[in-house]
Design a protein around this ligand. Sequence first.
Ligand code: FAD
Ligand code: NAI
Length: 472
Amino acid sequence: MADYDYDVLIIGSGPGGYVAAIRAGQLGLKTACVESRETLGGTCLNVGCIPSKAMLHASEYFDAAANGTMAKMGVKVTPELDLPTMHAQRLDAVKQLTSGIAFLFKKNKVDWLKGHATFKDAHSVDVAGKTVTARNIVIATGSSVTPLPGVTIDEKVVVSSTGALELQAVPKKMIVIGGGVIGLELGSVWRRLGAEVTVVEFLDQLLPGMDMDVRKEAAKIFKKQGMALMLGTKVTGVAVNGASASVSVEPAAGGARTTLEADCVLVSIGRKPNTDGLGLEAIGLEVNKRGQIETDHDFRTKVATDEGGVWAIGDVIPGPMLAHKAEDEGIAVAENIAGLTGIVNHAVIPGVVYTLPEFAGVGLTEEQALEQAGGDKAAIKVGKFPMLANSRAKTNHEPDGFVKIIADAKTDRVLGVWCIATVAGTMIAEAALAMEFGATSEDIAYTCHAHPTHSEAIKEAAMAVTGKAIHI
Ligand code: FAD
Ligand code: NAI
């Protein structure tokens, strides 16, 4: 057997790569992780999940003080925005968490190799002019912003999510191109802080991929909060003139073009896998039509040798571009490389939009469940419970939202759960666990839930599947 520098070399230190590296280290494999950024943690920790949640959380406090929510509860305050401090606490969260990964690497004897990795062959990469060899190489290079043809992102007037996290002043008018997760989260941050926000979405509803009831309700909620929504509308161009931009829009179905003016434009129309400059041609690995690297169920690519080979995980492979999906794949790939059995159940991956309220779901949408049943409406049962009737939500002045449970009519097995609630992201974990254990709606309905909690709405929705909800 050839002598390699490492048992495992991981390219990219996002939630996929760094988790794979730590798990490989725990399993006693000699491990290195290559990262081209200055800090570890990838998109998620540096410019994604973490900084966006820091701004969402802080702006929620400002909004609660400014929009009368606090006054309703007898706390009268007039908020004053200190944006530099808000940004500083964001940067502090990022710093603490990224340096935490460096600590965990040391603890698990993972070598951090600084630089951009390019394949030379199936067992070696070039990192900053040096060749490093490994029995197994894991591609965990993540994703980056999808550009809008003809629109230049200058990160000042026309920004990606990265620029939108760092705006040094609250825009007067912000146009968000794309009513998906990033557009709604970051659009919410700046709306709460005082910007007039218009979301332009190509499709006729927000949040593609979510259950249609959730998508329709989302439009109502964001409108009520003061966001202007232009659904079924496409952006055809953006012209920057000094500190302002003119955005050309037209109906997606065709029609007259109009122009919107703004001092900030956020381009959030999706993300694309990072494979440029990776040297995939040197190992004969091709990407699919969507630019993704295909793997088998064990995360092995087509490039396999007798001694190991090339694996891939996270945003660079098919599936939802989510940190927890990447993390789970990171654990599984390390276990598979170590000869154990690493599995990810891709049918049960929750998704959460961290606005207020939060939007969360796991499993099938009602539309998907119906399609799977060949359109037979009698093949599925749906239970719904409004947050308005949940005692804790009511007490907290959080009336928006519902829980919806979709079950198989014959077996009662839960097929999908959808929640809109202030803490939907936390509530959905219970649904994911139940589905992972193959629960029926009755299993959830007869599980004792603490009172008064938002989670009781999940129990009630489960009871509603068979018409037994108590509080409606
Ligand atoms: P990444 O996190 O993208 O990491 C890949 C790393 O590889 C990068 O650091 C990159 O520099 C490095 N790299 C790439 N090529 C090379 C190379 N050739 N050599 C060396 N290094 C290389 N997901 C959630 O689940 N929850 C959220 O709340 C959430 N919020 C988000 C908010 C925003 C604004 C954005 C943009 C994304 C958010 N996501 C969220 C998505 C999440 O960040 C990604 O799904 C996740 O980071 C993917 O992890 P990964 O390990 O596959 O790749
Ligand atoms: P997205 O795929 O969620 O939404 C993009 C939206 O843009 C879609 O609704 C699409 O129809 C629309 N669109 C595309 N072209 C358009 C055009 N020309 N004009 C108008 N609308 C157009 O992508 P987004 O928001 O950029 O996020 C990328 C990914 O990052 C997400 O898919 C998600 O995986 C991840 N993410 C996850 C978060 C979370 O889990 N809370 C938070 C932020 C990002």
